[in-house]
Design a protein around this ligand. Sequence first.
Ligand code: ZN
Length: 133
Amino acid sequence: METIQVKTPSRSAVVDITSKVAAKLKEIGATDGACLIYTPHTTAALTINEGADPDVMDDVLTALEKLVPWDNAYKHVEGNSAAHIKSIMVGGSVQVIVESGRIVLGTWEKIFLCEFDGPRTRKVFLKFQGERP
Ligand code: ZN
């Protein structure tokens, strides 16, 4: 298993981790297979979506904030229930295909770490299964 560290800039943010994942796969010599990407945090998430226009993920964060407002008379005393709920909604893992050493994504797609209770440093675990030279 490999680990990458991701610094997040604010309470609610998305960070494009595609190049970090690609660099780690190159480092371990991954050629053809699949890579499970998982973040072991209860207030963060992972997703794959449009990275060409940053307004798309801004709109996603705005929509999530409307659906799950930070202040909403939650019971959890830590005060970050909204972040836990958003983490569950988006999900903690994604999987990508790796072909000839490259991550297979759509033209506009990027892999994002979604932060819902930052700023923090988050861990992302990678497990490549497949061929190495
Ligand atoms: Zn909490």
